[in-house]
Design a protein around this ligand. Structure first.
Ligand SMILES: [Zn+2]
Length: 544
């Protein structure tokens, strides 16, 4: 007890931004300049503060104050992306206001930070900050564990329309420019801050979803926004039904880019950025995915980038296959093959090169599909994974998700299943497990009917043993699907002698099956036609 109290008294929180005010000025041709002010909570005396800013951002005047106005000038020094700010004396505990003037170059090449796309009506400015590109736009505390509330204002040429995450409060006319003032946002990490500016065509879809939202679609041309305008109502209704809740944000704009974007689309709360896609079904599915992120990622934010599978996994899993893609192949292609051999939860995440992998996205969805299938094949009435996810999110609104608390929540909801070793074993697996499968029938005596013995051996890389348990889904001719847990190996006895046996029943297993020649020949010979589902067939055909 004493030790615990001592540990608590010694543990200091790092300097934490609680509020942010961002003032941006955008010219016809850039560059951007602006001022950002953070209220930073300090619980111990310090001599310096640090913010992130890439070489694209130049920090000018910096000052520190206890209240708005005045303040002490700070010495600014930069090493790499880290800007160190030093006042002449120590900074005492409490809340300080840190104000930084800056300029930043927009980009036309790499679509990170602020970037410009040239269109018929002049430049259109967008932002893309995930995972660590906000520092290319303005000085910031560029990590998802920081979630200040943001108040943004943007000065832009009079012919521009400007949108950010939060509702518009006022447009103030200046000489040849307007100042767009936006409401204070809910808590939000830097990677989700969004700004769009340009001579957009704006259309409004009225009375959308449970919040009766008026959704604006901002597109470079009328045609570029048509597919999104047609799909957004259905997409909002679909995610609100899945989440059984209204969209957890006070407004919604969808901003369309005419240019191909390497990142596809981005789930900034209140301002989805999507590239033009004239296939309405695909445009709708992309909106569904990004809207699911409003809960998984936006309002409940991964604490670190190693936890981002808790954003992408549920968003992909709940979206399901994108129209036009091969339904059976979807989890397999995305989850098990692309991005291999990265882990769903990478061991080391950080640095300038950090990018999200397919493994953390479709791979995480495939892992969730495995978990829920495993649960569904048990005799118990444990709640569905969807129900667990909804409860998990509801308890953490405006906060964070992380692997430890999610594993604990799932283990508590499914007490009869060894959730922790299974889930952690798969999250950290640098590749896809393989299960070697063989089986044979024999008769214990001349009078008994023959029955099958099934041999399952798990491999996760050469020479490894003591493997974490893996749920394996089996189905034999004429029987139901069932789940077994395989550690290094397992021998099963069936009461019958089937003509064929499939080692990834339902096709939802997060592993590949290496059938021996007789087992594969039995499938090829006897499991033709409708004996297997499309997904089971795809899993059989996916070679280890
Ligand atoms: Zn996503």
């Amino acid at each position: 007890m004493l030790l615990v109290a001592l540990a608590v008294s010694l543990a200091h929180a790092e300097p934490t931004p609680t509020e942010a005010w961002l003032h941006l000025e955008i010219g016809e041709e850039g560059p951007f300049r602006g001022r950002v002010r953070y209220a930073v909570a300090l619980d111990e005396t310090t001599t310096e503060l640090h913010v992130d800013a890439s070489p694209r951002v130049r920090v000018g005047r910096a000052s520190l104050a206890r209240e708005a106005g005045g303040g002490t000038a700070l010495a600014v020094s930069t090493v790499g992306d880290v800007v160190t700010l030093r006042p002449p004396g120590p900074i005492l505990p409490g809340t300080v206001l840190l104000t930084l003037d800056f300029t930043t170059r927009g980009s036309t090449e790499d679509q990170t930070g602020f970037f410009a796309v040239q269109g018929k009506n002049g430049p259109f400015y967008y932002s893309y900050f995930e995972p660590n590109h906000a520092r290319e736009a303005f000085p910031c505390f560029d990590a998802p564990r920081f979630k200040p509330r943001w108040t943004v204002e943007v000065v832009a040429p009079s012919r521009f329309t400007v949108a950010t995450n939060a509702p518009l409060v006022a447009v103030v006319s200046l000489a040849r420019a307007n100042r767009w003032e936006f409401a204070k946002s809910p808590p939000m990490p830097s990677y989700l801050v969004a700004v769009a500016a340009g001579a957009f065509h704006v259309s409004t879809v009225r009375g959308v979803g449970r919040g009766d939202l008026n959704v604006r679609v901002l597109a470079p041309s009328e045609n570029a926004g048509i597919a999104v305008s047609r799909q957004v109502r259905g997409a909002v209704e679909r995610v609100e039904a899945w989440m059984d809740a209204p969209l957890p944000w006070p407004k919604l704009d969808v901003v369309v880019s005419e240019a191909e974007t390497w990142f596809g689309a981005m789930e900034h709360p209140g301002l989805i950025l999507a590239r033009r896609n004239d296939d309405a079904d695909v445009a709708g599915a992309i909106l569904v995915h990004e809207l699911l992120h409003f809960w998984f990622g936006d309002v409940v934010t991964p604490r670190t980038w190693a936890d981002v599978w808790l954003s992408e996994g549920p968003a992909y899993w709940a979206t399901g296959p994108i129209p036009g893609s091969d339904t059976a192949a979807w989890f397999w292609d995305g989850g098990l093959q692309w991005g291999t051999p990265g882990a769903v939860r990478p061991a080391a995440v950080g640095g300038r090169e950090l990018e999200l992998t397919h493994r953390q996205q479709w791979g995480a969805a495939a892992l969730l599909e495995l978990l829920d299938t495993w649960r569904s094949l048990q005799p118990s009435d444990a709640p569905s994974l969807r129900a667990v996810l909804l409860d998990y999110v509801a308890l953490r609104l405006d906060g964070h998700s992380d692997t430890g608390t999610f594993v604990a929540a799932l283990a508590a909801a499914w007490p009869d299943l060894p959730v922790e070793p299974v889930l952690l074993g798969l999250l950290d697996e640098p590749g896809t497990p393989t299960v070697a499968l063989s089986w044979a029938c024999d008769s214990p005596s001349a009078t008994d009917a023959p029955s099958a013995t099934v041999y399952l051996t798990q491999t996760r890389g050469p020479g490894r043993s003591g493997l974490p348990p893996l749920p394996v889904f089996i189905r034999a001719e004429g029987g139901p699907s069932f789940a077994v847990l395989v550690e290094d190996s397992l021998t099963l006895h069936l009461g019958t002698c089937p003509a064929w046996l499939v080692g990834n029943a339902t096709g939802a297993g997060f592993y590949r099956v290496d059938y021996d020649a007789p087992a594969r020949a039995a499938l090829d010979t006897y499991a033709a036609g409708d004996a297997l589902t499309d997904r089971e067939r795809f899993a059989v055909d996916a070679k280890p």
